[in-house]
Write a protein that binds this ligand. Structure first.
Ligand code: HEM
Length: 416
């Protein structure tokens, strides 16, 4: 007998881990579905999500209160009070405010700069591979996919190699704070790390104001913006800069790590696809799109409903939350044939919305795509006969509603 939406509990670890039956059931029976006993409406069809994303006045990105989570302990608040307080800049800003920051970030992530980063990316990728290739095995997440995006963005933010370990710790603290899974002791540690990050970057900002360089942080610090609300032209203030830097770290690191990790798992589990890429590396570019479609590391995003509304015949009251399920949309049978099967030659793989759509479309998309391309090209060029070491890997996904990433992947391989 076919299943109904109520047969699934979205928050159940098993469903989060393997949500495909749930997605299909919703797409067929309840494309705008209120999760039982919550004010969350989950939207799963590709066409519906694209349409909702256009109405930024009704469906707002101002979900900062959601991200804050429960009130932290007084000692945690006291640590945060030593540095700069959060403001809404990009991902949590709506028009017209959003445009102020987005225009700047689009300039910072321009094609010329991202293309110029390719040589550095290749250098990092090959250095990482050099560090484990002779062993014939590696902890792929720890030794490759986690450091890669961190090193790439750190270079653009002016962080020297000697500080990378510390930078990585700060980056982890941001991610853990967002997950809201930290223990009280970890919350203190995260607050200390985040405050340390802020002071480190306050120095970096002052330095780039004095001595500009050709990197992203210089552009963020020195470009004059037009404030879309006031019409005033000015540079970003310290709160805005700190907030933007944090977003670049959080939005770009785990997502890219997950995309490359899960992509490798899919390819290894489908050896004929992996072989096709090894035979013809020209296919890797489309394979990157197919991996993004299948894996959607930014599995869903929140929107806050600003006024009573109705969509697809479902009444959605003011103050409800929308969960736009990008991961489900990218498996929508209306658009993708046999959506749960990886096909590196799929002609419309690039129609995925793994990077969102509309005004909040991921500004790091070009960078992430390039990192994936450079990484997969180098891995397949230098190694072959990849195998997953089951007893050292945990291919399950972290129980996280927004980000989708595998817990661990340990590989063996042969040098090519
Ligand atoms: C595979 C990797 C990545 C995926 C899947 C991804 C996915 C996304 C998605 C779905 C959004 C839209 C959020 C929404 O609808 O509200 C987004 C926004 C964003 N992403 Fe990415 N992203 C990736 C990599 C990166 C990288 C490398 C960076 C920067 C270094 C980055 C920075 C951002 C920022 C700043 C935003 C907010 C943009 C805005 O609100 O205007 N992302 N990303």
């Amino acid at each position: 007998m076919s299943k109904c939406p109520v047969d699934f509990n979205f928050f159940d670890e098993e469903v989060l881990n393997c949500p495909y039956d749930f997605y299909q059931t919703l797409q067929e029976q309840a494309p705008v579905y209120q999760l039982p006993d919550t004010n969350i409406f989950m939207v799963t069809r590709h066409a519906d999500i694209r349409q909702l994303l256009k109405d930024t006045a009704t469906y707002s990105n101002n979900f900062n209160d959601l991200l804050k989570g429960p009130e932290p302990a007084p000692e945690v608040t006291a640590i945060y009070a030593k540095a700069w307080q959060p403001v809404d800049t990009l991902v949590t800003a709506d028009p017209p405010k959003h445009k102020t920051y987005r225009t700047l970030v689009n300039k910072v992530f321009n094609a010329k700069r991202v293309n110029a980063m390719e040589a550095y990316m290749k250098e990092i990728v090959h250095e990482l591979i050099d560090s484990f290739i002779d062993k014939g095995e590696c902890d792929f997440v720890r030794e490759f996919t986690t450091p890669l995006p961190v090193y790439v963005i750190a270079d653009q933010l002016g962080v020297p190699r000697k500080d990378l370990e510390e930078f990585k710790e700060w980056s982890d603290s941001f991610a853990r704070r967002l997950s809201q899974l930290a223990t009280p002791a970890e919350q203190i540690e995260d607050a200390e790390n985040i405050v340390a990050f802020q002071f480190y970057f306050a120095d970096m900002i002052a330095e780039r104001r004095k001595n500009p360089k050709d990197d992203m942080i210089t552009d963020l610090v020195n470009t004059v913006i037009e404030d879309a609300e006031t019409g005033e032209t000015r540079q970003l203030n310290m709160e805005e800069l700190q907030n933007l830097l944090q977003q670049l770290m959080v939005a770009g690191n785990e997502t890219t790590t997950s995309a490359i990790t899960s992509g490798m798992v899919s390819l290894i589990q489908n050896p004929e696809q992996l072989q096709a890429l090894q035979d013809d590396p020209g296919k890797i570019e489309n394979a990157v799109e197919e991996i993004l479609r299948m894996e959607s590391p930014s599995a869903g995003m929140w929107r806050v409903v600003k006024k009573d509304s109705e969509f697809q015949g479902v009444k959605i009251p003011k103050d409800s939350l929308l969960m736009l399920r990008y991961h489900a949309a990218n498996r929508d049978r209306e658009l993708f044939d046999d959506p749960n099967t990886i096909d590196i030659e799929r002609s419309n793989a690039g129609d995925h919305i793994a990077f969102g759509k509309g005004i909040h479309f991921c500004p790091g998309a070009m960078l992430a795509r390039k990192e994936m391309l450079v990484a997969l090209t180098a891995l397949l060029e230098r190694m072959t006969h990849f195998q997953i070491v089951e007893e050292k890997s945990d291919l399950n996904f972290w129980p996280n509603i927004v980000l989708r990433g595998r817990k661990g992947l340990y590989l063996t391989f042969e040098k090519r």
